[in-house]
Design a protein around this ligand. Structure first.
Ligand SMILES: Nc1ncnc2c1ncn2[C@@H]1O[C@H](COP(=O)(O)OP(=O)(O)OP(=O)(O)O)[C@@H](O)[C@H]1O
Length: 312
């Protein structure tokens, strides 16, 4: 099986030595770009090769800064393709994508790709330690790394307190703290491809890495494998609490994940079938999203969750 588009993005992101092709940008955005994380997709059409048919046709949608958008649709609907087009792994055949008002095709690839953060479905971590995986370029103090681990709930607030004294400095070498939680040891060895961590833990490490960078835009490809309920809940809690002002697009496989999001982008055969708040989609006479919720066998619960979410 070949790599899908998000896997290619992932390979790019996770290969630190790989440089995007050299290119002279026509228009270098301000150093602060993107300041807000607003995304505007207009009449976008995409094809994987000039000889292949378009797989995305006339897609338009706007994401306001800080909004959380769930991307759903049947297999092959174009979810991954849309996400990878933000990184320009597929260039528009027609239409445009703007981030904070700047057309992403008018700027350097390196600049663009540095400005976006992605949590792949099954992140491959580097062979190294928790520290090197969080902080490849040795930019952060240990305390900042522990704080990121706490914010993604890999270490508890109590454990974190044990690590700091009243001045907020590291009280003792973390290795001396007696605790079975491996995330309290920044030197904990991560084996090849993160094999000694669960898929959910790998996503949480990746989220912690993202937190340190405080991105304006985060793209998330939800794990399909049956990650345990608790880890899944931690990922969702982290996203709600710690990325509240970050614009998030999530390719969702579990409807519960996105039922309280601001909007759902429903794709169908490469086109936008619906784009609205989940509660509004559930109140339509007929919608793909509604039938997906019905098919999940959890309709009543999803409906109640969406209803509570829209009144917030
Ligand atoms: N690298 C590629 N080359 C050619 N066609 C591709 C490529 N990747 C995807 N496609 C095609 O583009 C269309 C959209 O695929 P995409 O992977 O975006 O769908 P998806 O909604 O993410 O599906 P899934 O839920 O199965 O991951 C499909 O028809 C797919 O066959």
């Amino acid at each position: 099986m070949g790599m899908n588009s998000v896997e290619r993005v992932k390979e790019y992101i996770e290969t630190p030595t790989q440089e995007p092709p050299a290119e002279v940008p026509e228009n270098e955005p301000a150093p602060s770009w993107p300041e807000h994380g607003a995304i505007e997709v207009s009449n976008l059409a995409l094809r994987y090769a000039p000889t292949l048919p378009r797989v995305i046709e006339d897609v338009s949608f706007e994401v306001k800064a800080g909004e959380k958008v769930g991307v759903v649709g049947r297999t092959g609907a174009g979810k991954s393709t849309i996400i990878s087009s933000l990184f320009r792994f597929v260039d528009p055949d027609a239409g445009s994508i703007k981030i904070d008002g700047i057309d992403i095709c008018s700027i350097g690839l390196r600049r663009l790709r540095q400005s976006l953060n992605i949590i792949p479905q099954d992140p491959t971590l580097f062979t190294g330690t928790i520290r090197t995986n969080l902080d490849m370029f040795d930019e952060y103090a240990d305390l900042q790394l522990f704080e990121a681990l706490r914010r993604v709930n890999l270490i508890t607030a109590e454990d974190y307190q044990l690590l700091i004294d009243a001045n907020g400095k590291l009280e003792q070498d973390s290795d001396e703290v007696e605790n079975p939680n491996k995330f309290l040891k920044l030197d904990f060895e991560i084996t090849e491809n993160g094999g000694n961590l669960s898929q959910g833990e790998r996503q949480l490490i990746c989220l912690a890495r993202s937190l340190l960078k405080s991105p304006k835009i985060l793209l998330l490809d939800e794990a399909t494998a049956s990650i345990d309920y608790q880890t899944d809940a931690l990922i969702q809690k982290t996203i709600r609490e710690e990325f509240s002002s970050t614009t998030i697009l999530t390719i969702a496989h579990r409807l519960k994940t996105i039922i309280d999001y601001d909007k759902i982008l429903v794709l169908d055969k490469g086109r936008v079938a619906d784009y609205d708040h989940p509660y509004n989609l559930l109140n339509k006479d007929e919608s793909i999203f509604k039938s997906m919720c019905e098919d999940s066998g959890e309709y009543e619960q999803l409906f109640e969750m969406a209803k509570i979410a829209i009144t917030k």
